[in-house]
Design a protein around this ligand. Structure first.
Ligand SMILES: CC(C)(COP(=O)(O)OP(=O)(O)OC[C@H]1O[C@@H](n2cnc3c(N)ncnc32)[C@H](O)[C@@H]1OP(=O)(O)O)[C@@H](O)C(=O)NCCC(=O)NCCS
Length: 156
């Protein structure tokens, strides 16, 4: 039986978060991306399988409307699990954690982008209640295909 836990991102394990991102994603993330995670609280987590660090979810809290600063939405910047640890429910555990946190924090929506050829991720998000809202042409500048789906889930 695998034990799955979620843990905080701290200064001491930020290097682990970097290694996971370099391994999992074709996009390069800059220092300010990693440093901002230290302020994200429950919206940025590491995932452990039997105490081994195998995944991460990183979100950013945003204003729904820049003029009205009391309503927030969550942008899921990255979500990934190392290949040998996929299909164990770890991705689902991380997404459900973010949705639960959103529900208890006056958040109206969780949204994200996925490269259009990433069918595994699109299916995964649909199973977790997200809908494709639109296709954004040339969303990615340095990887192909450049188009992305915008997916979102409204929070009751
Ligand atoms: C998308 C991603 C995060 C999913 O992570 P995951 O840990 O494999 O997700 P889960 O295990 O929760 O769900 C995946 C599948 O396993 C199944 N599953 C969940 N628990 C299971 C279990 N105990 N036993 C067998 N299967 C299980 C799910 O039903 C789901 O089935 P499906 O593939 O038929 O849809 C992972 O594929 C990934 O890291 N991809 C690369 C990075 C990426 O593209 N991220 C998204 C864009 S940022």
């Amino acid at each position: 039986m695998s034990r799955i836990d979620l843990g905080d991102i701290t200064r001491n394990n930020l290097g682990q978060v970097r290694v996971l991102h370099k391994t999992l994603f074709p996009v390069e993330y800059k220092d300010n991306f990693y440093n901002e995670l230290l302020e994200a609280g429950e919206f940025a987590k590491l995932a452990y399988c039997n105490d081994v660090c195998v995944g991460t979810v990183c979100c950013r809290k945003e204003f729904v409307d820049e003029q009205v600063k009391d309503k927030f939405k969550i942008y899921m910047m990255t979500l990934g699990v190392l290949d040998p640890y996929r299909h164990l429910g770890i991705g689902t555990k991380m997404v459900q954690h973010i949705l639960e946190q959103a529900k208890s924090s006056n958040i109206t929506q969780v949204y994200l982008h996925v490269q259009i050829n990433n069918t595994e991720a699109v299916d995964f998000y649909k199973k977790n209640g997200f809908d494709i809202i639109s296709t954004e042409q040339d969303y990615y500048k340095n990887i192909t295909p450049r188009d992305a789906y915008l997916l979102a889930k409204n929070i009751d």
